[in-house]
Design a binder for this molecule. Structure first.
Ligand SMILES: NC(=O)c1ccc[n+]([C@@H]2O[C@H](COP(=O)([O-])OP(=O)(O)OC[C@H]3O[C@@H](n4cnc5c(N)ncnc54)[C@H](OP(=O)(O)O)[C@@H]3O)[C@@H](O)[C@H]2O)c1
Length: 234
């Protein structure tokens, strides 16, 4: 089905606390996982043509979505990939901070996917900072169209989606995620408003929940590295 729809194979990679949170209640971006998990993320990036995130994650301090350094660039070249991954930000309103690290750091081409609701003046300003800003959808970015566009226009065959929870939820509900890579970390954040791996609107009934199959797992130290593959609804 994926081949017929000509879209990239998509992996979501997230670190989460033992209570399923991906950040503290104030949404601060702080790394709470081990060095091993950071390496895991960079290794995964080194297998992909593109890395994608939502507007909130893309605007955050320290987020650059780059290759991770010379050793990962070498890995990529050995695999026949471009030296750095394409960097993709999804944003309906284009309220991205123009002084965000992602606009100031070297890395692969930066593509911003937006929709018709984004004001033209914001689009104009961001066109000066990004490789390409494109409208794909009316009120929200049409994620199916976005995946087709990345596949046909940028030759993206494999992509890592690095959150946050809102973009993950939209991608999962659209049936566009093939693998879920979760690192469960030995810490609790609590807080009903702390983001989780899949926020957004979710589903109203168990029968509509997206099914996953545990494909691989490993315990290293006090962390679990889990890989789920998308299942099929009975
Ligand atoms: N632990 C981890 O591994 C990890 C990884 C990444 C992020 N995080 C955390 O996650 C939090 C951010 O997550 P979040 O859920 O708040 O935000 P997010 O998913 O990064 O970004 C949400 C924004 O993405 C845009 N978006 C998503 N889907 C869209 C669609 N279909 N069409 C148009 N725009 C769309 C919207 O931007 P507009 O408002 O412009 O429309 C939306 O407001 C941060 O606290 C960060 O620290 C944790």
């Amino acid at each position: 089905m994926r081949r017929a729809s000509r879209r990239p194979y998509v992996l979501v990679n997230m670190a989460m606390t033992a209570d399923g949170k991906i950040a503290t209640v104030n949404h601060a971006v702080e790394s709470f996982s081990s060095k091993r998990d950071q390496t895991n993320l960079l290794r995964l990036r080194a297998t992909a043509d593109a890395v994608m995130c939502g507007a909130a994650t893309g605007s955050a301090l320290g987020v650059t979505l780059d290759s991770g350094g010379p050793q990962y660039r070498r890995m990529r070249l050995r695999r026949g990939l471009a030296e750095s991954p394409l960097r993709v930000i999804v944003s309906g309103h284009l309220r991205l901070r123009q002084d965000a690290d992602i606009f100031r750091s070297p890395g692969g081409p930066l593509l911003i996917l937006t929709c018709n609701r984004a004001p033209e003046r914001r689009m104009k300003a961001l066109k000066k900072l990004a490789t390409c800003v494109v409208r794909l959808g009316e009120d929200r970015v049409d994620l199916h169209a976005a995946m087709r566009w990345l596949h046909t226009q940028w030759n993206v065959r494999r992509m890592v989606c690095e959150g946050g929870g809102e973009l993950n939820d939209a991608m999962i509900r659209a049936g566009l995620v093939d693998e879920l890579h979760l690192t469960v970390c030995p810490v609790l954040f609590g807080g009903r408003d702390s983001p989780t791996i899949a926020d957004g609107c979710g589903v109203p009934a168990l029968s509509l929940a997206s099914p996953w199959q545990l494909h691989r797992w490993r315990r290293i130290g006090d962390e679990f590295f889990l890989v789920f593959r998308a299942g099929t609804r009975p």
